[in-house]
Design a protein around this ligand. Structure first.
Ligand SMILES: Nc1nc2c(ncn2[C@@H]2O[C@H](COP(=O)(O)OP(=O)(O)OP(=O)(O)O)[C@@H](O)[C@H]2O)c(=O)[nH]1
Ligand SMILES: [Mg+2]
Length: 691
């Protein structure tokens, strides 16, 4: 069971916009109370729905009660994250907090950076807990083709050394979640060896609670970055055992309410960096996703998909796309990225739309502004750039403005201003929108759930016979609208319709002749002469055959139940039992009038309806036959769905009548004990349902 959520206090949520803070906190506490109430009536083990809502609410709690927002620098490896991170902070080379690479994966450890309070730069190592280490070890064992439960590090290390020595001669594989064999990555093997060796020497740092160690700021580089190649031959180090490094940094750029986080990049040649970043992702409240100007990569799409899981679909004020290395941009129209059409900006616009990111949330950056300036001096480059901007800006109003930010410090000024002046407020507003949404759907859901739990509990007090009938009816109501069930029925109906159609002996030759000689007018008459008998057939079959089939799906088990357990006879509802009740419903349903609105037809919305007689024939014989082919399939599906839903509604109505009957009985205190929800929650029904 997840921990009880303590009530939130307004003063614990300093980052929420002041105008909504107290309302939001009040709503939160109301929903947390409701959750607690559901837990009590749900008992132990906790119903899954309650548990899931508890987790969602706990996440919201920690997001609403933050004192600092964490903003991640995410992206594919070597996209320029760390270098931009340093540039934003206006650091000297000696002081730059993040390590910058040379074409291979560089950042190895999550670097959390906040504004120093005491005028000093400091660094603090935070180690993995035993659980965190175990999760990382298991992940790597699996990725390297070992049994994740293997406890023997020595054996694993021996096998790694042998495998690495014979790397080019044999392929090693691991099995993914779908059961496919995937090749093991060499870097993963090297990293695993380094980590196991490091653990052997430094295992005392890994404990139940995270161990923390201050280190001189000047030494940060040896912990933050990957070692030189080959990794497995390096000396054991603390780095693979770290959860993250915390830097306190003297700067006025980062507001006190923000933390900037530099993360390892996603790289196709090594899975561990992605693992480390993924583990940290759920701690973030916002992100800059770095994307090389030369490569709108799948890694970026994957990151956005992960963030959507975290933040929901509304990424406004949460996620910015930072197009880096703009000095390298492919501006000439003949250079295409992924064979896409249009200028680089048009491709980028489409990429953002695909990601679901608002186009105003793009930033262009180069850490080599001089390189860009050199390229701009080339008249060919400038005019191609101008063309590309002009082509794209009609559908992207602030594109030129965003691009021109590159003129100041290669776009870093704009990024820095966003961080210093606007970021905490923008995130605060995004958190508020998300909280409002989550609380209203959780409030409504939990309220309905509480009511249902309460009813279930009461029905346990009712005679066991009734409880069994209600369960069976509920199960049947669900099964009748089951997708497989509907699919089977629709196949059956389709077969019958096809047989009727074949009896009409329609041939494409005759239709071609009609089309040639009489055009659309002739075809329309043909159409009606085919649709009419089929419609009559379809209505007749619906009420005389298919309706029975659907009812039988529920009547067979109900008859069996009645034969073995006896029938349920309730005055005014089902005096002769449930089976007789439903058989009566079926007879009423045979009235065609009941169906006039919901049985679809061949002749409804026919293709000749609004067509001028004189226009070119719209069908050849073959295409005419195709139209009917599609109609058979669609009608079969629609009819099976309509019938299933209809019988489903009949069952639900009966269930409601039974529930109502026993509610009345309880009120007269013939059956059961206390009634429905406590007064407090009854009063709140209107509140929850109006959110
Ligand atoms: N030409 C050019 N090179 C850049 C730019 N930004 C970064 N680089 C270079 O790209 C390489 C990678 O930069 P990093 O900042 O280490 O990249 P990263 O995204 O942090 O990489 P990982 O830590 O491996 O994920 C370095 O050699 C940088 O000098 C840029 O704007 N233009
Ligand atoms: Mg880096």
């Amino acid at each position: 069971m997840s921990a009880r959520l303590f009530p939130l206090k307004v003063e614990e949520c300093p980052l929420l916009p002041t105008e909504v803070r107290s309302t939001l906190v009040e709503r939160f506490n109301l929903v947390a109370d409701l959750l607690e109430f559901c837990r009590q009536i749900g008992g132990t083990p906790e119903p899954e729905k309650v548990e899931r809502s508890g987790l969602e609410l706990a996440r919201l709690h920690s997001e609403m009660a933050r004192e600092k927002y964490l903003v991640g620098f995410l992206g594919p490896f070597q996209a320029g994250k760390s270098r931009t991170f340093n540039s934003v902070l206006r650091t000297t080379a000696r002081e730059q907090p993040a390590g910058v690479g040379q074409g291979f994966p560089t950042t190895a450890v999550v670097t959390r950076l906040r504004r120093s309070q005491d005028g000093k730069n400091t660094a603090r190592l935070v180690f993995l807990t035993s659980r965190g280490y175990e999760a990382k070890r298991r992940f790597l064992l699996r990725r390297c083709g070992f049994d994740p439960d293997c406890k023997d590090d020595r054996k694993v290390l021996d096998e790694i050394h042998q495998a690495l020595a014979a790397w080019d001669r044999s392929v090693r594989t691991w099995q993914d979640a779908a059961g496919n064999q995937q090749p093991v990555k060499r870097r993963d093997m090297e990293y695993l060896a380094l980590m196991l060796n490091s653990y052997r020497v430094f295992k005392e740092y890994v404990a139940e609670q995270p161990t923390v160690q201050e280190v001189p700021f000047e030494e940060r580089g040896q912990y933050l970055n990957h070692p030189p190649d080959p990794w497995h031959q390096q000396k054991p180090s603390l780095s693979p055992l770290l959860s993250h490094v915390e830097l306190q940094f003297v700067t006025s750029v980062i507001p006190p309410t923000l933390e900037m986080v530099d993360l390892p990049g996603y790289d196709a040649h090594c899975s561990i960096d992605a693992f480390v970043t993924d583990e940290f992702l759920q701690t973030l409240q916002a992100a800059f996703i770095f994307c090389r100007a030369t490569d709108f990569s799948a890694a970026v799409e994957m990151i956005v998909a992960k963030l959507k899981k975290l933040f929901g679909m509304d990424l406004d004020g949460r996620v910015w796309l930072v197009i880096t290395r703009c000095d390298d941009i492919n501006i000439y129209p003949e250079v295409k990225i992924e064979n896409q059409q249009g200028s680089v900006f048009e491709q980028l616009g489409r990429f953002m739309d695909r990601l679901g990111l608002p186009r105003h949330q793009v930033l262009f950056v180069t850490n080599e502004p001089r390189e860009l300036a050199n390229r701009l001096r080339d008249p060919g480059f400038s005019s191609a750039l101008e063309d590309a901007l002009r082509q794209a800006e009609s559908s992207w109003p602030n594109l030129r403005e965003a691009w021109s930010a590159l003129q100041e410090e290669g776009g870093v000024t704009q990024l820095r201003t966003l961080i210093t002046d606007a970021l905490p407020q923008r995130i605060g507003r995004a958190v508020t929108r998300r909280a409002e949404q989550t609380l209203s759907h959780l409030g409504r859901d939990l309220f309905n759930f509480a009511r249902m739990l309460q009813e279930e509990r009461l029905s346990a007090d009712l005679p066991a016979e009734l409880a069994r009938w209600r369960n069976l009816l509920r199960k049947l109501a669900l099964s009748i609208v089951d997708v497989d069930q509907i699919f089977t029925l629709s196949k059956d109906i389709h077969g019958t319709l096809m047989a009727a159609w074949e009896r009409l002996e329609v041939s494409s030759d005759i239709l071609d002749y009609v089309s040639r000689t009489e055009g659309n007018r002739g075809l329309r008459e043909e159409f009606l002469s085919h649709a009419d008998p089929l419609d009559r057939f379809l209505r007749e079959r619906t009420v005389n055959e298919w309706l029975d089939k659907v009812y039988e799906i529920v009547l067979v088990p109900l008859r069996h139940h009645e034969n073995t357990e006896g029938s349920l006879r309730i005055p005014g509802i089902c005096e002769e039992g449930v089976v007789a009740y439903l058989e009566r419903c079926r007879e009423q349903d045979r009235e065609l009038a009941t169906w006039n609105d919901c049985i679809p037809s061949y002749s409804g919305n026919h293709p000749f309806e609004d067509l001028p007689n004189q226009s070119e024939p719209i069908f050849t014989g073959e295409t005419y036959l195709d139209v009917f082919d599609r109609k058979h399939r669609v009608l079969a599906r629609q009819i099976s769905l309509a019938l299933a839903l209809h019988v489903h509604r009949r069952l639900i109505k009966l269930l409601e009548e039974l529930t109502e009957y026993f509610r009345r009985l309880r009120e007269r205190s013939d059956v059961g004990r206390d009634s429905a929800l406590p007064e407090k929650w009854k009063k709140l029904e209107a509140v929850f349902t109006s959110w």
